[in-house]
Design a protein around this ligand. Structure first.
Ligand SMILES: Nc1ncnc2c1ncn2[C@@H]1O[C@H](COP(=O)(O)OP(=O)(O)OP(=O)(O)O)[C@@H](O)[C@H]1O
Ligand SMILES: [Mg+2]
Length: 378
């Protein structure tokens, strides 16, 4: 979808910002340009939509040389979102989002429908309220969402994003990243995304292109980058806690014990006791008639008269995991709540799995072993 061949950029003052980069981004792929400040990420991005002219080399988009496309045609196919700046302060949210559609001559009704759709998609609701506000009347995180909505305005196949979640607090940032991942799963744009944050790169990228001083040092999947750093620069950049970072790449679903055995809240204590004996467990999850997860029942609490049922002896749960949760979050939850077992529930809080600390620890060990193997091979 996007192909850079031997691309260089020397600015008029003589700064060589980009030095012979060759990079292919496939359709629907999320490519992260990562690297320290001043390494040429923004310049690379801007050359793709011709905001910066290239000095030498070629860039093709959808198989066509960008030099041979008209700038308007190029920008119709490419959305562009940048950090902070970008929103027009004198225009409402709706007018901002409709910028490109208006330039492309979309009809008013179509523009309006698109604005509403995008506000909904990015969770800026109630839509009627947000579309008439001005950028100064939004929080930082909301402004960034509008920036992303504007980039998506004309439904471009390609999205260029330059630290779009840069200037916001870490919690909102995580949320925006999650939302963006969810949206990306639906809309499957080809994305080139600039960041200098390794965590953000690992979380979002299908591929990471790590740059240094205008050159491309390694282009690989996040797990390859973590497991097999090409050189000391990459090793230093990804950090010494690579194993922990790699936990981000595995979801709870991949390691959980699915369909775990449980008891019902209307079961008798004797039945729960028998189940524990049979399974050699000192506790079991309790679910309601509808499969909803209610909590735990332990061996110490299943002694009692036959009239008492499990529902009367439930120990409430402290934390819940979800199948899509990355393992680093699952680990953090378990450590914070001192739980040896993480119940995994679906959106309706139905029990779908369990992750034990031992299982999680085993995954951690596997990652470590793979990494060592990777480093040992040529
Ligand atoms: N218009 C310009 N004229 C001259 N030099 C420039 C220009 N724009 C960027 N540069 C230089 O090119 C180099 C690469 O800049 P670029 O903005 O691409 O870096 P970056 O990787 O995006 O950095 P950051 O993470 O700080 O945003 C830097 O040395 C910068 O000073
Ligand atoms: Mg930059």
């Amino acid at each position: 979808m996007i192909e850079l061949r031997d691309v260089t950029k020397v600015f008029p003052g003589g700064t060589q910002a980009v030095d012979g980069i060759t990079l292919v981004v496939h359709e629907g792929e999320f490519c992260v340009l990562l690297g320290p400040s001043g390494c040429g990420k923004t310049t690379t991005l801007k050359m793709i939509n011709r905001l910066v002219p290239l000095t030498s080399g070629t860039i093709t988009v959808g198989g066509r040389d960008i030099q041979k496309l008209r700038a308007t045609e190029l920008r119709r196919r490419i959305g562009y979102a940048i950090q902070e700046i970008g929103l027009f302060p004198h225009m409402t949210v709706a007018q901002n989002i409709a910028t490109v559609p208006r330039l492309l001559g979309w009809r008013k009704a179509k523009r309006r429908a698109r604005v509403r759709e995008l506000l909904g998609l990015l969770g800026l609701t109630p839509v009627d309220e947000f579309l008439r506000r001005y950028p100064a009347e939004l929080s930082g995180g909301q402004r960034q969402r509008v920036g992303v909505a504007r980039a998506l305005g004309a439904d471009p196949a390609i999205l260029l994003m330059d630290e779009p979640f840069g200037a916001i607090d870490p919690i909102t940032r995580e949320r925006l990243q999650d939302e963006f991942l969810r949206i990306q799963r639906e809309i499957r744009k080809t994305v080139v995304f600039v960041t200098h944050d390794i965590h953000e790169a690992i979380k979002l990228g299908d591929k990471i292109a790590l740059m240094k001083e205008g050159r491309l040092i390694q282009h690989a999947t996040p797990s390859q980058l973590l497991a097999q750093p090409a050189d000391d620069f990459v090793r230093g950049f990804v950090g010494t806690d690579r194993t922990l970072k790699a936990l981000r790449l595995t979801s709870v679903r991949e390691i959980m014990d699915s369909g775990p055995l449980s008891v019902r809240d209307d079961d008798s204590l004797a039945a729960a006791r028998r189940a524990m004996d049979r399974l050699e467990r000192s506790f079991l999850p309790v679910v309601g008639e509808d499969g909803l997860f209610l909590g735990w029942v332990g061996r110490n609490s299943v002694l009692g008269p036959p009239s008492v049922c499990v529902g009367d002896r439930i120990t409430p749960y402290a934390v819940l995991g979800s199948p899509d949760m990355p393992l680093n979050e699952a680990l953090a939850l378990m450590l914070e709540s001192a739980t040896g077992n993480l119940p995994v529930t679906d959106e309706d809080r139905r029990l779908v799995g369990l992750v034990s600390f031992d299982r999680l620890f085993e995954s951690l060990r596997q990652i470590y072993v793979e990494r060592e193997a990777g480093e040992g091979s040529p």
